[in-house]
Design a protein around this ligand. Structure first.
Ligand code: AMO
Length: 423
């Protein structure tokens, strides 16, 4: 008999079905045994006769039985098993109780046993929502004439400043893990005008925080022939709506289980950095520098929610002191660089870039970089680079804030943090 998926079971009342999955949980009531069977689509109650030996939880099973109504069963139905085959027995009890999944337990425990804690319904739902967001990212950009690119992750220089680079031995040379695809995505604008990349990037963050990973998924976009950073922000607004729509539709069950509060996407206001800074200082009493720290971002996010009812806030015209060398400079020390705060957390940096060769050389020097280290990048600016700009969304941070996860690590299957290299 062909396999029935758990989500199809309610449509098969009275029929005989064959299910496959994992033994999620079991309970022996003396005369009768209850089991929960989990597959990729959900969980169903199975009633097993007394005397049948149920294996350890997490064993892989094939169950044949009849679907019947039972008002007391989860969802109002269950499967009365008359055949049960153990496909792969679990060899040991699971180190954590998967059905008792809880985000707020010590993250060390959940992450140490991530290879099984990921099987928890919430853990896997969170990553499923993320996969839908990423699919929305790709399909929206494909439809807008963007080309997906794949840039090297082993590079000769850092694009975002030197402080958090992972150095590696590359035969007889010193190399680094890419902090971002920034320089390559710009070069590729000279080829396709509009490009995007979905790939991991690496940051040697020394401190363990709830919002930093040492390896994260960067959703990068870059486009040519723009007038200003506002063209880029317009694109990002539409893109975010498309991503959230995809997640809402394609991961509807997961979102319901995680009790997702869908954000306001109707309005995403733009606030200049100087004004944001004034608000922080004068209205919120927070003394802040050029770059806003975590507390300042949180306060600004809360302010925007209270004043304007918005979840997304673009902070534009960042000062040069707080931006990398490639940010397009403006009069008075500002740039055309922006950040996007989502519920008070920075999920994006972006902006217009310098596209003139000599301006770029000057900007590199001003930041204390040796132009010779960037030779491979600089060359292309001799050959007609259009005015261009783009941005990068941190996929885990977007997922974290959308789902209300207490820690960004839960938005990555196998997070790398200050002390974690396994699993
Ligand atoms: P930036 O360095 O601001 O910009 O990074 C872009 C976005 O990536 C996410 N992010 C992180 N997420 C998890 N852990 C980290 N350690 C971490 N660091 C950054 C954030 C952040 O907003 N090249 C530019 C982007 C551009 O201008 O196109 C860049 O990399 O969500």
């Amino acid at each position: 008999m062909s396999r029935t998926l758990v989500k199809e079971v309610p449509n098969k009342i009275g029929e005989k079905v064959t299910l496959q999955g994992w033994l999620h949980w079991k309970r022996d009531l003396g005369g009768i045994q209850f089991a929960l069977l989990r597959d990729r689509t959900g969980i169903v109650q199975v009633v097993v006769e007394k005397g049948v030996d149920l294996p350890l939880a997490e064993s892989c099973l094939r169950v044949t039985g009849q679907v019947v109504h039972n008002a007391k069963a989860p969802g109002g139905y269950e499967v009365l098993a008359n055949g049960l085959e153990v496909l792969t027995p679990a060899l040991e009890p699971s180190p954590i109780e998967i059905p008792k999944e809880e985000w707020r337990v010590n993250p060390e425990t959940l992450l140490e046993y991530r290879y099984v804690s990921l099987r928890g319904e919430k853990a896997r739902a969170a990553l499923k929502v993320q996969a839908a967001l990423v699919r929305g990212f790709r399909s929206f950009l494909d439809a807008q004439g963007f080309t997906e690119i794949y840039t090297p992750k082993i590079v000769s220089a850092g694009a975002e400043g030197g402080s958090n680079l992972f150095a590696i031995d590359y035969f007889e040379q010193r190399a680094y893990l890419a902090q971002s695809p920034q320089l390559y995505k710009q070069i590729m604008v000279g080829v396709y005008e509009r490009v995007y990349e979905v790939a991991p990037v690496f940051r040697a963050e020394q401190h363990a925080t709830s919002r930093h990973l040492n390896e994260y998924l960067s959703l990068d976009v870059e486009m040519g022939f723009i007038e200003s950073e506002h063209d880029v922000i317009d694109l990002e607004e539409h893109l975010l709506r498309a991503m959230l729509d995809e997640a809402r539709e394609a991961a509807a069950d997961e979102a319901t289980m995680l009790e997702v509060a869908w954000p306001n996407t109707a309005e995403m206001p733009r606030l200049e950095h100087s004004e944001a800074r004034r608000i922080l200082r004068e209205e919120l009493g927070m003394p802040v520098g050029a770059d806003f720290n975590e507390e300042a971002e949180r306060a600004l996010g809360q302010w925007a929610k209270e004043q304007w009812g918005v979840d997304f806030l673009f902070v534009t015209k960042y000062p040069q002191a707080a931006r990398p060398f490639y940010a397009y400079p403006e009069e008075g020390g500002a740039t055309r660089g922006y950040d996007l705060l989502f519920r008070g957390l920075e999920i994006t940096s972006g902006g217009q870039r310098i596209h003139q060769y000599d301006v770029l050389i000057e900007a590199l020097k001003k930041k204390g970089n040796d132009p010779a280290s960037f030779a491979g990048y600089l060359e292309v600016f001799k050959y007609g680079m259009p005015p261009h700009g783009g941005f990068a969304i941190g996929a885990e941070r977007l997922t974290q804030k959308l789902l209300g996860l207490p820690n960004v690590r839960y938005a990555r299957a196998f997070p790398r943090d200050r002390h974690r290299l396994t699993p």
